[in-house]
Ligand binder design. Structure first.
Ligand code: SF4
Ligand code: FES
Length: 411
């Protein structure tokens, strides 16, 4: 699964108000629809953005409900569809869902680890109208790929990459970067080149979900980051247009936050396996956000009228320094989930911003990564890597630290 949020345009009207008509407040449609079809996944990635308490989630939506969501979202103007999870290939109804989405006119992207893909399924998905496949790798080496996912999937992924090409899809690879694999960027790009990749996304880990639990293990040092950027740049110069390489910088090393989701409630709508509708894929963690469910409400009502989707529209929710900051129309105060995880208050400025009074929380985490040099940081030595796993998720829910459970928030 990719850890990278989608991007889009910003809010049409910065002062959206709950209860106003959509036209009067200028809220555009949810152009980007992400359906997290399932939290089931054969992999156990240490940086997965799925909620750590996913074991608590209710039953997955049946096919008919997903189809209704597709129809309602398309009628509202959604055009870009991501099918994700967990691993979306574990859903046996993936092909009929793609058929429906294609008939409705969506551009459909399957975000997959490749586990569960076969020649027959590839043919069926192609016939159903799937437009695009994004395949994730954990590393260029079998050892680290298999360690980080806690599976033996390296060869399987290579076979799926070949299938993707044989069926005429652009070869799009996604590799989440972190302290444990970032020094392999050259080898990762060589692997991508050997596979005939046309697009490679080197997405530095975003610290939500399981990645948040493992942050002390995963945050790279600045020297690692700079080396990786240098290697990437040399590849770009050598390969020119043959391979597009996107290097998503970890925002902990920046002084301004990312415009996360282009502002919540602006263009992005995610639906979790149990039907919970979210203005960002990590929003389940935000306190006091009464997230609607597609079982109870239609997408139009959810998007335009639900308190949860209106909560962070406009600027009225902002606190200082964002409220009077001249840059607030550019980054919308950064990421609400990151503000909550680091400061305990989702209305605060994203502490990545060096104007935030909480910026030291970010610089302290970076400093710990720096001090460790090439060794594991001290905090990481005290607490082993936590792999995404159903039993560990139960331990998270019950707060059992001996089995990987930890509080949702810590600095
Ligand atoms: Fe963005 Fe807020 Fe920082 Fe201004 S103070 S740059 S709006 S995060
Ligand atoms: Fe940035 Fe949720 S991940 S707002």
């Amino acid at each position: 699964m990719s850890a990278t949020p989608p991007v889009g345009h910003g809010l049409g009207a910065p002062n959206a108000a709950v209860g106003a008509t959509p036209a009067s407040r200028g809220v555009g449609p949810p152009l980007w629809l992400l359906l997290e079809l399932t939290y089931r996944c054969p992999l156990h990635c240490v940086y997965c953005y799925n909620p750590t308490n996913f074991a608590h989630t209710g039953p997955e939506l049946p096919t008919a409900d997903w189809i209704r969501v597709l129809r309602e979202a398309r009628a509202l103007g959604a055009v870009q569809l991501g099918l994700s999870g967990g691993e979306p290939l574990v859903r046996e109804d993936l092909e009929p869902l793609v058929t429906e989405a294609h008939a409705l006119g969506f551009y459909i992207n399957l975000i997959t680890s490749g586990v569960g893909m076969s020649e027959a399924r590839m043919r069926a998905l192609k016939a159903a109208g799937l437009d695009h496949i994004q395949l994730s790798f954990q590393d260029s080496t079998r050892e680290l790929n298999d360690f980080l996912s806690s599976t033996r999937t390296f060869e399987l992924k290579s076979r799926v990459a070949a299938l993707i090409r044989q069926h005429g899809y652009p070869m799009v690879l996604n590799v989440v970067l972190h302290r444990l694999n970032i020094d392999h960027v050259g080898e990762i790009l060589e692997l991508a080149e050997a596979m005939g990749a046309e697009y490679v996304e080197l997405a530095n880990t975003q610290y939500y979900g399981w990645a948040w639990l493992n942050r002390e293990h995963l945050l790279p040092s600045r020297a690692q980051l700079e080396r990786a950027e240098g290697v990437t740049q040399r590849f770009r110069e050598r390969l020119g247009n043959r391979m597009q390489i996107y290097f998503v910088v970890p925002d902990y090393f920046e002084t301004r936050p990312k415009a996360c989701m282009s502002g919540l409630g602006s263009v992005f709508l995610a639906v979790a396996p149990d039907g919970t509708a979210m203005p960002c894929h990590a929003a389940r963690m935000l306190p006091g956000l009464d997230l609607p469910n597609v079982r109870d409400s239609d997408i139009r009502t959810i998007w335009y009228d639900s308190p949860a989707f209106n909560r962070f529209r406009g600027e009225a929710w902002m606190k200082e320094p964002c409220r009077s900051c001249p840059e607030r129309g550019r980054d919308f105060g950064g990421c609400r989930c990151q503000a909550y995880l680091l400061t305990g208050d989702p209305d605060n400025a994203d502490p990545v911003c060096d104007l935030s009074p909480h910026h030291a929380l970010v610089t302290a985490a970076v400093a710990r990564a720096e001090q460790a040099g090439s060794a594991a940081p001290a905090a990481a030595r005290e607490r082993p890597l936590v792999f995404r796993d159903h039993r560990v998720s139960i331990a998270v829910i019950t707060g059992d630290p001996a089995r990987g459970g930890a509080p949702a928030r810590r600095a």
